[in-house]
Write a protein that binds this ligand. Structure first.
Ligand code: HEM
Length: 511
């Protein structure tokens, strides 16, 4: 009976959706794309396929239509428009009418956070939050990046003694990057951040569940999604991750609230908060020590802007920074290590550059030109965010097309970064010299968009580059990495972020 009611409800919703606007169909008919059937659209092409196959099918479809400026894809009754051309991508990313995120960002359940926020909230908050990512603020984070990278290298050295051959560097890099983002969010030292690997697992599972939801149009309807097992799994994993953050956030917020009488760094430093281990959650936060009121941490910046953010907004922004910052940085560092493990000649060149860095700070990291090109090339071939989405708020003219209001626009960065007409016949090969200034000057500015561009680009891009460079310098001056994998053998899936399907354990040796 329940099933029957659901089916009727679903059919009504689909029909209402389909006939909501005739201009939608008139517009869709102008855009080339794979054959679509009523109600199911082209979803038969990807439903019941493995995540790896789905990624490949979409990639092949885009390659087939990429010489067209746009490609349409009907996932069930939902229309997606891929914007293919750099000049059109530029128009979309700079348009005031394309500032809204596509509907599936709602699945993150961080509506007030910067990544998913509605335009009205976003405009004011982005202005305030830019302050938290100023260069002088990021400079003050470098010691945290260094401490956390040193912890990573210490773990690598220990792991090697136990396992001479291949280790899961990604897990270690993930721990390091989560430490960085937690320490810089809450104003604590890297050495005082403690969490269990259960947290990493919970985040990984959450990302998978949200990504699966994005591929199943039926699950876009919240009441139907709530009847699935994944909804309950999502709740479980969300509880696990929020438990940790909620505790630290509450303590920190109380401590630095403007109503709190504590006004000097030293008096704050005497307030030490103990949060004991919770076995079920797998978390230990031993202490939150030596907090100073002039700390540059993200939460301090928000609390200090009295009145600018309410509790819910601070919560969602902090969660967004952790969610948007930790896995992307970990993946990109890991991808770069993997590419250097495959291309050992280029690794030697990086080693020659990093071995003499001395103290790590913004100035010394800025001098590493070859490493910078290597990271950019890794972002080109393996962008940790492979697809970004927007929604038109009003009818908008892009190229020679009038795109109606409410259309979901997608930019497939992975595909854009491998187009032969932009990157040449060797587009699938690793060649950091593509990022020599004279080569960059020959390409359209919107051919390479690992951090997106325009008004809603990545607010953490400078932070990310320094964090990645610090980890890479610290690892590569001490270790040599290698692997039997060949780049051409890799296959991929998009769990919101890009994942490699093969087992990617890397061999490390001390230098
Ligand atoms: C290699 C690392 C990173 C990559 C590749 C990356 C990539 C991106 C991309 C492509 C976007 C645009 C998303 C969209 O339009 O849907 C974005 C937005 C964002 N990123 Fe990053 N990111 C990285 C690191 C970080 C870090 C470290 C932080 C914070 C600590 C961060 C915070 C954000 C936020 C808050 C947004 C939303 C900005 C807005 O809408 O105004 N990201 N990032």
């Amino acid at each position: 009976m329940l099933l029957l009611i659901c089916s009727i409800l679903l059919t009504i919703c689909i029909i209402k959706w389909m006939y909501r606007d005739k201009t939608l169909y008139a517009f869709a008919d102008q855009i080339p794309g794979p054959k679509a059937f009523p109600i199911i659209g082209s979803s038969h092409k990807i439903l019941k396929k493995s995540e790896e196959d789905r990624f490949k099918i979409v990639q092949d479809m885009l390659a087939k239509y990429e010489t067209n400026e746009m490609t349409r894809f009907w996932l069930g009754p939902v229309l997606f428009i891929f914007i293919n051309e750099p000049k059109l991508i530029q128009q979309v990313l700079n348009s005031n009418d394309c500032l809204e995120k596509s509907f599936n960002y709602k699945f993150l359940r961080l509506d007030k956070g910067l990544l998913a926020a509605k335009r009205e909230t976003w405009v004011d908050h982005r202005k305030f939050l830019e302050d938290s990512f100023r260069l002088d603020v990021i400079k003050s984070f470098i010691s945290i990046f260094v401490d956390s990278s040193n912890q990573l290298v210490a773990s690598l050295s220990q792991t090697k003694e136990q396992d001479e051959t291949k280790i899961d560097i990604f897990k270690l890099v993930s721990r390091s990057s989560l430490t960085m983002v937690l320490a810089t969010s809450f104003g604590i030292n890297a050495s005082e951040v403690h969490f269990d690997d259960e947290i990493l697992k919970a985040v990984e599972e959450l990302i998978k569940i949200i990504s699966l939801r994005c591929h199943e149009p039926v699950l876009y309807f919240e009441p139907i999604y709530r009847m699935t097992r994944n909804y309950y799994r999502e709740k479980k994993y969300r509880k696990r991750t929020t438990y940790y953050l909620d505790q630290v956030l509450k303590e920190r917020r109380e401590l630095i609230s403007p109503n709190n009488n504590l006004t000097t760094a030293s008096s704050v430093a005497t307030m030490r908060t103990d949060i004991t281990k919770d076995e079920e959650m797998g978390i230990t936060v031993q202490e939150i020590p030596n907090i100073s009121l002039n700390s540059h941490s993200f939460i301090d910046h928000m609390v200090m802007q009295s009145g600018a953010f309410n509790d819910e907004e601070i919560h969602d922004h902090i969660y967004t920074f952790v969610a948007a910052g930790y896995e992307t940085v970990a993946l990109q560092t890991f991808f770069t290590l993997l590419l250097l493990a495959i291309h050992t000649d280029m690794q030697e060149r990086v080693h020659c550059e990093v071995v003499n860095v001395g103290d790590i700070n913004c100035e010394s990291l800025d001098k590493l030109n070859y490493l910078d090109r290597v990271i950019k090339e890794s972002m080109r071939l393996l962008p940790s965010v492979p697809i970004v989405g927007r929604e038109t708020r009003e009818e908008v003219v892009i190229g020679d097309k009038k795109i109606p209001k409410g259309i979901t626009l997608l930019i497939h960065l992975f595909n854009l970064h491998r187009r032969k007409d932009i990157w040449g016949d060797d587009a699938h090969e690793f060649n950091p010299d593509r990022f020599l200034p004279e080569n960059v000057a020959q390409r359209h500015s919107h051919s390479f968009l690992p951090f997106s561009e325009g008004l809603r680009d990545c607010i953490g891009k400078v932070y990310a580059m320094y964090a990645i460079k610090t980890m890479l310098v610290t690892i590569l001056r001490k270790f040599k990495v290698s692997t039997d994998l060949k780049f051409g053998e890799l296959s991929y899936k998009a769990d919101i972020t890009l994942k490699i399907c093969q087992n990617t354990k890397i061999k490390i040796e001390k230098r």
